[in-house]
Design a protein around this ligand. Structure first.
Ligand code: AVJ
Length: 299
C-alpha cells in the first residue's frame, strides 16, 4: 500500500489511526534522535548500558563470525558495539528507507573496512526476500521497535523471522511505574509532541493535505489493561481536512491514534516468543531493570 492509501484507510476508520512507520521522514528522524537524548526517555540509554555491560555474554550467545541481520538501518552506537565484538562475516541491515541504508552502510564500512555489508531495502512488517544464509544467522531487532506491533503482529513477525535466523536478539521495554512511562512520552521540552505532530506536516508536504497542526494536540498515556503507551493527535475543535479528493471530518476532542508502544515483562515476552517457535535462552537487563534484551533460539 502507498502512503496515500494507508492514510486514507486509517482516517476512514471509526477510531482514526495512522501507521507509526510514517513518523520517520527527515524531520521526524531528527526529532526521534532528539527524543533519544531526552532525560525522560530512558529507553535508549538503558539499552546502551545493558549492551555495554553484557557484551561478552551477548557475543557468546550470538557466536563470533555469525551473519548479522538487523531490522533497522544500523545507525546506532549499540549496533557498532555488536559489530566490533561479533565480527560478523556479513551484515545485512533491513530498512524501508534506501537513503538511510546507504548512509549507514557507508559510515559502517568506513569504521569497519573488513565488514561485508549487504543492505536490504524492505518493509520488515511484511515478508522478506533475503540472500540465502551461508552459516548461522542472528537477527537483531533493538530499540523496542517490536513494541510498535500488537502482540499478534509481533507473533507473526517472530514466526516469519524463524525462516531467516536461528537466533534472535530482541530489545523490549519492560513494564514499570506508569509515571515513568508517562514522562518518557510526555517530555517537558515538547520534543515528543513535535515528533507526533510532524506526521501531519509530513502528510501536508507529501500528499498535499491541508492539516493545520496548531489545531491538534499531542496526547500520550499508558493503557494498563493493554500494556501499552498510546499516542494520539487530538482535534482541538470541529474541523474538516482535505487530502486530494478526500475530506475527513473531526469532532472536537476526536483523536487520531498514531502509535502503540507495548511494554512486556520478561515472562510475557518469553511466552510470546515461545508461541512463535523461539526459546528465551537469555535475558539481559540494565542496572535499574528498565529495559531488556532477549536472546532467543529457534526450537
Ligand atoms: C522507536 C518505537 C521504540 O515506542 O518508544 C518514542 C518511538 N514514540 N517516543 C517508542 C517513540 C514516541 C519508540 N520506538
Amino acid at each position: 500500500m502507498s502512503f496515500l492509501e494507508d492514510v486514507v484507510t486509517g482516517l476512514s476508520l471509526p477510531q482514526k489511526a495512522l501507521p507509526p512507520k510514517y513518523f520517520y521522514d527527515d524531520a521526524g528522524s531528527r526529532l526521534f534522535e532528539r527524543i533519544c537524548r531526552l532525560p525522560e526517555y530512558y529507553l535508549t540509554r538503558a539499552e546502551l548500558e545493558l549492551t555495554r555491560k553484557h557484551l561478552a555474554s551477548i557475543t557468546r550467545f550470538a557466536r563470533k563470525g555469525c551473519e548479522l541481520l538487523e531490522y533497522g538501518s544500523g545507525e546506532s552506537l549499540k549496533t557498532r558495539l555488536l559489530i566490533r565484538a561479533l565480527r560478523p562475516r556479513i551484515y545485512l541491515p533491513v530498512d524501508i528507507s534506501v537513503s538511510a541504508l546507504e548512509q549507514a552502510a557507508k559510515r559502517l564500512v568506513r569504521e569497519f573496512p573488513w565488514l561485508h555489508v549487504v543492505p536490504v531495502a524492505a518493509d520488515f512488517s511484511r515478508s522478506l526476500d533475503l540472500p540465502a544464509a551461508q552459516g548461522p544467522r542472528v537477527a537483531y531487532f533493538p530499540g523496542s521497535t517490536i513494541g510498535n506491533l500488537t502482540p499478534e503482529e509481533a507473533h507473526g513477525f517472530l514466526a516469519r523471522g524463524r525462516a531467516h535466523a536461528g537466533h534472535m536478539l530482541i530489545g523490549t521495554d519492560l513494564k514499570k511505574d506508569a509515571n515513568v512511562l508517562h514522562a518518557a512520552y510526555n517530555d517537558s521540552r515538547g520534543v515528543t509532541a513535535a515528533f507526533n505532530l510532524n506526521l501531519l506536516a509530513r502528510i501536508n508536504r507529501d500528499l498535499g493535505a491541508d492539516f493545520d497542526p496548531r489545531r491538534f494536540s499531542h496526547y500520550a498515556f499508558y493503557n494498563a489493561p493493554c500494556s501499552r503507551i498510546e499516542m494520539h493527535l487530538v482535534s482541538l475543535r470541529e474541523q474538516d481536512v482535505r487530502i486530494g479528493a478526500h475530506r475527513f471530518s473531526f469532532a472536537r476532542g476526536e483523536s487520531i491514534h498514531t502509535e502503540n508502544s507495548y511494554k512486556y515483562s520478561v515472562e510475557e515476552f518469553r511466552a510470546l516468543a515461545a508461541a512463535a517457535g523461539f526459546e528465551g535462552k537469555k535475558t539481559w537487563t540494565d542496572r535499574k531493570g528498565l529495559f531488556a534484551l532477549h536472546g532467543l533460539t529457534a526450537t
